[in-house]
Design a protein around this ligand. Structure first.
Ligand code: HEC
Ligand code: HEC
Ligand code: HEC
Ligand code: HEC
Ligand code: HEC
Ligand code: HEC
Ligand code: HEC
Ligand code: HEC
Ligand code: HEC
Ligand code: HEC
Length: 342
């Protein structure tokens, strides 16, 4: 970095090509000549400032007459990537290095001279260079993620390297919560502040507490709603088929909505009467989110204190005992259940 500042200073101070002239000749004259014939290299809108007056910083004359018959009149002062690391921090030493950067051949993306793209990205790339090499299936998916669909790949990925899998810019959950630390209003929906949900509640759903958001969500697009890895209803009522709740049953026992009586499929029961089944059966099965929050909630068993019922913030007053519990909601007055069968 210090070198970079030095060169910047020298650019501003001008006259530095003399200082760096490898042969000590009056490079200013040579520079003028270089530009006479090679002006196309510096024709891009974005210039590598060191190239403007500093051909000799990277190209050393071998002393032969130029232009000549072979290509031996100049040699690069160092190989890739060292020629760039003279002034820039290294780009390929972290644990996860983006494949095209691994061999240090920076020219697969950058031009050392000038470009019509910012960040000296080669002029033959389009504006979002990532999608020139990567095709992400987003268009025909059931749900998609705005920043990925919009081509903002670098909101999440570093183009060079990272300490984290998938060359993402920060720790996985931190990355997601970087944006989901505020509520987001889209055209048709209100997405709550997930970071607040997690920090303000006592019970956090285990896969978040011990794992990553991407255990359940895909980062770009998905075949299911909410970027989930399995089917899950978005409405408050849906037919009580296992398939409709496939997502939860990737990890939990689906018998909780198929058996009207059980002693093992769930603890939400009155004696052997399955209260999950009671709430989720027939064509008007309730969504799990009428009681649970998939991320975190104030009560045990990630039971919410208020849930959205239409536009109403419906209270859920839940209480738990060793062998059961009670619940008073907008749906019904306080009702108790006990697993003890006597
Ligand atoms: C009179 C026109 C002319 C001038 C002046 C000129 N070049 Fe060139 N340059 C060419 C031509 C033609 C080629 C392609 C043929 C060749 O390689 O010699 C070329 C090729 C090159 C190459 C690639 C081939 C190699 O030898 O590595 C480099 C690098 C280069 N020039 C740098 C420079 C620099 C630096 C200057 C100023 C010191 C300069 N040129 C001045 C015409 C010119
Ligand atoms: C920061 C280092 C750097 C500076 C400064 C620089 N070049 Fe280059 N130049 C390179 C590298 C590296 C290559 C080889 C490119 C590649 O591998 O594709 C190159 C290639 C070239 C070529 C070969 C043709 C091409 O497009 O690849 C020419 C000609 C050339 N440079 C001329 C110049 C001239 C003239 C200047 C000054 C105006 C200059 N360079 C300044 C690094 C530099
Ligand atoms: C002699 C010092 C020097 C060398 C060698 C050098 N650079 Fe630079 N580079 C600079 C300076 C100075 C800047 C301008 C400061 C900045 O934008 O951070 C810069 C800026 C850049 C930028 C950012 C441009 C922007 O608009 O953000 C890229 C990309 C870059 N250099 C790539 C390279 C690559 C690739 C190489 C190797 C071929 C290289 N540099 C070699 C000094 C150098
Ligand atoms: C896969 C394409 C790709 C390759 C290969 C690549 N870069 Fe970059 N580089 C980028 C992109 C994209 C940006 C713009 C990043 C931004 O806007 O923050 C960038 C930005 C930069 C910058 C300016 C910002 C910064 O991070 O300092 C420098 C310097 C740079 N690259 C140097 C290099 C060097 C040196 C190499 C070779 C070791 C290299 N790059 C290889 C894509 C690439
Ligand atoms: C020059 C072609 C090229 C460009 C441009 C390019 N990539 Fe890649 N990228 C590759 C290749 C090749 C791989 C390795 C094969 C693969 O995983 O698809 C890769 C791998 C990846 C991976 C997987 C890394 C891992 O460790 O799992 C990510 C993420 C990625 N690229 C993101 C990006 C982003 C973001 C950009 C734009 C800044 C970008 N790529 C630009 C060629 C490219
Ligand atoms: C919201 C953050 C985010 C955005 C925006 C994003 N990605 Fe990703 N991407 C990720 C995460 C997280 C992974 C998975 C990393 C892991 O766990 O291995 C990933 C994985 C990848 C992979 C590895 C293979 C795969 O397909 O899963 C590629 C390639 C990739 N992304 C490219 C891109 C490109 C290109 C864009 C822009 C069009 C983009 N990403 C936008 C977060 C994002
Ligand atoms: C750069 C900001 C940004 C980052 C980083 C980000 N998101 Fe998002 N996310 C958004 C925005 C904006 C929306 C709302 C727009 C939309 O509908 O996609 C959204 C929506 C969502 C949705 C709802 C999608 C739907 O179809 O209803 C989920 C789920 C989601 N993000 C999960 C994640 C996960 C998991 C991560 C980490 C891998 C993450 N987000 C990282 C900006 C971000
Ligand atoms: C155990 C699986 C799981 C994990 C892990 C998980 N989520 Fe979710 N997420 C869900 C489910 C299920 C939904 C749909 C909730 C609903 O509709 O009630 C969802 C919805 C979302 C939404 C959209 C909210 C809305 O109301 O539309 C966002 C944003 C989101 N998750 C972000 C995250 C972030 C950020 C993380 C990591 C901190 C994360 N999720 C971890 C299961 C999970
Ligand atoms: C990726 C696996 C996974 C998915 C998908 C998943 N869970 Fe979980 N869930 C767990 C794990 C692991 C635990 C903690 C161990 C346990 O109690 O089974 C847990 C705990 C729970 C608990 C609390 C149990 C307790 O004893 O505190 C509830 C309630 C719950 N999950 C509901 C859901 C709902 C509703 C869905 C679907 C929206 C869902 N889970 C999706 C893995 C998952
Ligand atoms: C009417 C409210 C309600 C609905 C709807 C609901 N649950 Fe529950 N769930 C509970 C209660 C209350 C408990 C705590 C039972 C106990 O331990 O006393 C519970 C506990 C759980 C547990 C912990 C293990 C167990 O079964 O005791 C899981 C897992 C679970 N629910 C998943 C789901 C899934 C998946 C859905 C949607 C298919 C769902 N729940 C729908 C109220 C509900």
């Amino acid at each position: 970095m210090n070198n970079l500042l030095l060169y910047l200073f020298l650019i501003i101070a001008g006259g530095f090509s003399f200082l760096f002239s490898p042969t000590g000749t009056d490079n200013k004259v040579n520079q003028q000549e270089c530009n006479d014939c090679h002006s196309d290299l510096m024709a891009g809108e974005y210039l590598h400032p060191v190239a403007v007056n500093g051909c000799s910083l990277c190209h050393a004359s071998t002393g032969e007459e130029h232009p000549g018959t072979d290509e031996s009149e100049f040699k690069l002062v160092a190989d890739y990537p060292q020629i760039c690391y003279k002034c820039h921090d290294d780009k390929n030493s972290k644990e996860h290095v983006h494949y095209p950067v691994q061999d240090g051949y920076c020219a697969s993306c950058h031009s050392p001279h000038s470009s019509s793209n910012k960040s000296l990205i080669h002029s033959n790339f389009s504006e979002n260079m990532c999608t020139d090499c990567h095709y992400l299936e987003i268009e025909d998916k059931v749900s998609d993620h705005y920043p990925a669909k919009n081509g903002d790949c670098q909101d999440c990925h570093d183009p060079h390297q990272s300490d984290y899998r998938g060359v993402i810019k920060m720790e996985p959950n931190k990355l997601c919560l970087d944006c989901h630390s505020r509520a987001i209003e889209t055209d048709n929906r209100y997405i709550p502040n997930i970071k607040a949900t997690l920090s303000e509640n006592n019970t956090i759903h285990d896969p978040i507490e011990s794992g990553e958001c991407t255990i359940c969500h895909l980062p770009h697009a998905a075949d299911y709603p909410r970027l989930l890895i399995g089917e899950y209803p978005t409405k408050q009522y849906t037919e009580a088929k296992v398939d409709n709740f496939e997502f939860c049953f990737l990890c939990h026992d689906s018998e909780m909505i198929t058996a009207d009586s059980t002693v093992y499929a769930t603890n939400f029961r009155n004696g052997t009467q399955n209260l999950h089944y009671l709430h989720i059966n027939g064509t008007k099965g309730r969504n799990c989110n009428l009681c649970h929050n998939a991320h975190g909630a104030p009560n045990k068993y990630i039971i919410e204190a208020t849930v959205k019922y239409g536009n109403w913030d419906m209270p859920v007053e839940a209480d738990f005992t060793e062998n059961g519990g009670s619940c008073a909601t907008g749906c019904h007055k306080k009702l108790e259940y006990s697993r003890v069968t006597e």
